[in-house]
Structure formats: C-alpha cells, structure tokens
Design a protein around this ligand. Sequence first.
Ligand code: SF4
Length: 372
Amino acid sequence: MSKEKKLNGTVIVTYRCNAQCTMCSRYKAPSRPEEEISIETIRKLPPMYFTNITGGEPFMRDDLEEIVEELSKLSDRIVISTNGFFTDRILKLTERFPKVGIRISIEGLEKTNNEIRGLPDGFNRGYETLKQLRARGMKDVGFGMTIQDRNAADLVPLYNLSDELGMEFATASLHNSFYFVENKNVIHDRPMVAAHFESLINEMLNSGSPKKWFRAYFNHGLINYIYGQKRLLPCDMAFDTFFIDPYGDVMPCNGTKEKKVMGNLNTQTWDELWNSEQADQVRAFVRHCDRNCWMIGSVSPAMHKYIMKPAAWVVAHKLKFWTKKKYSMYELQCCRDYRDGKLTKEMCDQCSTCDMLTDAEDGRTFSASVDR
Ligand code: SF4
C-alpha cells in the first residue's frame, strides 16, 4: 500500500459495555481490559482520512484520551460513537479535542430508549450530554438511532428534535453478526417500519441541506435492506476501509457472521498484514459476500466512491419535490411485491443477515475463508 493513500478506519477500542441493548449481546462477551488494543498497536495504524472510534462503550476505557491523541496524529477526522452515559468523561475529552465528533446512540424517546438500551435514565443522560456539548460550541455532534419495530414511531420525532438542536442524525437498522453477538435480530412489520423511513426521507428531501438529501438516499437503502434485497451499491470493504478489534485483529467490516481476519497488528506491521495473502483472501470473500448489509461504515465510503448513483437519485427526487410529488417506498420493487403478495414475510426473514438458525459468534475465533 502506498504510504500516501489514506484509509477509512474503525477502531473498536473495547467490547466492554455498560448498556444491555436488546439488539446487541456484546455486553455478554466483553473483552478484558488487559487484552484490549494498546497505544503501541494504535501507533502502527496507517494514515486515515476518517476514523470512527467505537465499542462496546469507548468511554469505558480509562486511556481513551491517549488513544484519541495518537489517532489525531494519523487521521484527518475522528468521530466517537457512544451511548453518552459518561457525561463528565465525554465533556473532558471534547474540551481537550474540540474537533472530535460525538455520535450518541439514542433508540427512541425516553421510555422506548430506556427499554431498548437497558440503561437506567439512559435517555436523559445521553440527551443531557448532547445538550451540554452543543452549549459548549461543539459542532460535530449528533444522534445515532437503530430502527426496529418498537422504536420506528419515534424516528421522525427524534429527527425533528435533532434538527431543532442543529445536530446530525444518523440511522441504522437491525443487523446480525459476530460483532453484535446476535443472530435473532429481525424486523417483523416491514411495511410499518418502511412507512416511517418514508416519512423521514421526505423530511430530509424537503430540507435545504444537500447532506440530508444524501442521507435520504441512505435511508432509502435501509428500506431496501430490511426487505432483504441486494445492496444498492457495491461493497468494497477491506480495499480502502478496515476495522480493527480490541484484540488487534484487522477485519473488513463488522457485518460478517464470523470474524474475518486480514492479520493482527499486535504481531505484524501494517504493511505486512495489509499486503498479506490472508488479506487478499478476505478481499476475495468481500467480492462475493452476499450479506447485503447496509451500515453507514460500509455505505458511506461506497456513496463517495460511486457518487453518481446517489447523486442521480437525489437530483431525480429534488425535481419530484418541485412538482409537489413526494418520495414513496413503492418506488422499490420489493415494497410493491410485498404489497402485492409476491414477496412474503417468510421470504424476507430468510434474508442473508438473519442467520436465524445459527449460533452467534463472539469474535474470539475467526476465519479467512470465503464461506459466509
Ligand atoms: S456486505 Fe459483506 S463484506 Fe460488505 S460490509 Fe456487509 S458483511 Fe461486510
């Protein structure tokens, strides 16, 4: 790899978590503090144009500020994903690193959020953290929400709340993978959930923000995903994007059923592992991967790389808006087929990321083979 080429990286600094989310069992398979990725290993990472720090809950690590300091030397932009519970730690870190972005996962309005995340007073703690960050002039601050049956009705109200506060609003839907230690996540009432996405898409398209118009496209892709359809854009993970886990294993993504490992940065140099045969085997797997997941970590690089497709979608839908026509989920063949009985719930439930009949992996074992 040329030293000049900057990558998109996600650093999973810990698998410890203080929340107990219904859609993520990672808290049941935490990493031990003494085995978590060290500052020495972090120093071996390549130059990056974007780095997401995630977990587990990243603020469980006592040395997160040191980690951010090292990553600041390597990366043009850093965003930390957190549940926002440790307000004081977050405020302290952002005082020292005001350019760092913070995304706080909030799964709905107060009652729904606290039920889903299993964090006592989690909504108020997260919301308070967001407000305090805003009050201190932090610009790169926002919500992240994972949409499922029980919180779909809160989608647009939460978007409006984030809009009022001038914050970013990131969405996801349920996925199963080794990372979440989950195989039972599934959307049950797809038309209901899709209808809430449709409302969100129309709100975003109706805004004056080009960034939100492209977010609308991402949410259009989420409707397509929950019906188990082929990804709207190719997946190029492991080519110019990587994940690294608390054990130093470098992976293409967090969406696979079993952990796929390109190499280990505790024992190898970056160039050794990135140019290894094992890394090429993982890239071959990615080329044939049929999981069709649609998470921002893999879709954002694809949207930049294949910009013409989302751009054409945005232009077509902005033109529609000027003629007073709105976006409809029935633009997607899968939604029409479901409505017309040609695609059934059972068929969608067989979609590739539902792994309903398999054991959940916890990411301590791994495979570099091309099997899913
Ligand atoms: S489609 Fe496959 S390779 Fe791409 S992010 Fe999903 S699981 Fe990973």
